[in-house]
Design a binder for this molecule. Structure first.
Ligand SMILES: [Fe+2]
Ligand SMILES: [Fe+2]
Length: 353
């Protein structure tokens, strides 16, 4: 798809969740459920090592977090305007709906932004829960089934903590962003087991790990900082699980099959970078969404955030050989996005060989 069509603001905004009252969402999934009769544990020693680590790293949302912590959402926003998009500082807002905004509106925008962000974390975590359950079913290796089953439990706890945080500490929920939903739908609907890994463990979780780290650095709220610390420790194992499994599997794929994986990775990255724009917050704030989104795209914070999102994805794609496979198609594309600088950044999650 040519970029000028898919990334046109009108086209981005035309994709919405039409039924926001929907409580259940079904995605057809035609993958094979795989049994293996080869039960020999530890054939893939690094996966076995991750499995052992996961078993002793489980925390309990009920007892390991201080839910008595008082959260003053407005104080959190005021302590760090960068989290709310910098309050328009450094941008020319003349003639836009934002020109009329005073402190009250910017504060509300910051609060809604938190509600939106944590809501998307929650929905993304459910995506991970569903995808990992699918991996348990579809991956043919017993060591991978073992590890994936621990990840199912991890993701259940992640859904649990973000849901509780939203319900008891914040001030409202948002439905899943339509572009995030379409990406999750595509990942779940793909019947090739390795695509679940690439979509979820490498792309979505790589992005989430970067976003969690960014938020944890910026926020002053101690309960959220602790939640993110616990979740990030789990996510690091999950990303490593993806890189280890795919690293082995990709050695057996043909050039054209690898090219499909490159295209899938690139499309997922662009979807999240260019189309995941807090559209729903502007709608709720009653400002013209198209104008707001165009401004957001130019804000200095947005640029930093956008490229930071690639800080795990690019080095992991490099480790998987996806950057240079074929004629270096993905290296070329990531180069155009200006994110190749992350190529040799440490991801630092893999256990020793
Ligand atoms: Fe998670
Ligand atoms: Fe995860």
């Amino acid at each position: 798809m040519p970029r000028d069509e898919t990334d046109d603001i009108e086209a981005i905004l035309a994709v919405t969740n039409t039924d926001t009252s929907e409580v259940e969402h079904a995605v057809p999934d035609a993958s094979d459920a795989m049994f293996t009769w080869d039960y020999q544990k530890g054939k893939r020693p690094r996966l076995a090592q991750l499995y052992e680590k996961a078993k002793v790293s489980m925390w309990n949302a009920e007892t390991d977090l201080d839910w008595e912590t008082e959260v003053d959402q407005e104080a959190v926003v005021m302590a760090n305007p960068a989290l709310a998009g910098g309050n328009g500082v450094g941008m020319d807002l003349t003639g836009t709906a934002f020109a009329k905004w005073g402190d009250k509106e910017w504060l509300r925008f910051g609060v809604e932004g938190q509600n939106w962000t944590l809501s998307q974390f929650l929905h993304g975590e459910q995506g991970a829960l569903v995808c990992t359950a699918k991996i348990v079913e579809s991956v043919p290796w017993v060591d991978a089934k073992y590890f994936a089953s621990t990840q199912v439990m991890d993701e259940a706890r992640h859904v649990e903590v973000f849901s509780r945080y939203l319900d008891t500490k914040l001030s409202g929920h948002y439905p899943i962003n339509a572009h995030l939903r379409l990406l999750l739908d595509d990942i779940v609907a793909d019947n090739r087991w390795d695509m679940t890994y690439l979509g979820m463990q490498v792309m979505v979780e790589g992005l989430a790990l970067a976003a969690f780290g960014f938020l944890r650095q910026l926020t002053t709220e101690p309960l959220l900082r602790e939640i993110l610390r616990l979740v990030m420790a789990d996510e690091a194992r999950h990303v490593a699980f993806g890189v280890l499994s795919l690293g082995e599997y990709y050695q057996h794929l043909s050039a054209s099959e690898i090219r499909e994986r490159q295209e899938f990775a690139f499309e997922a990255a662009v979807r999240m970078r260019d189309r995941f724009l807090q559209q729903e917050v502007f709608e709720r704030m009653g400002v013209p969404v198209k104008e707001a989104v165009s401004l957001v795209m130019q804000s200095p914070e947005r640029l930093v955030f956008q490229s930071m999102l690639f800080s795990k994805i690019v080095p992991n794609c490099a480790k998987l050989g996806l950057l240079d496979a074929g004629d270096g198609w993905l290296r070329q594309r990531f180069g155009e996005l200006g994110v190749l600088g992350f190529e040799s950044w440490p991801t630092g999650e893999e256990p020793e060989a």
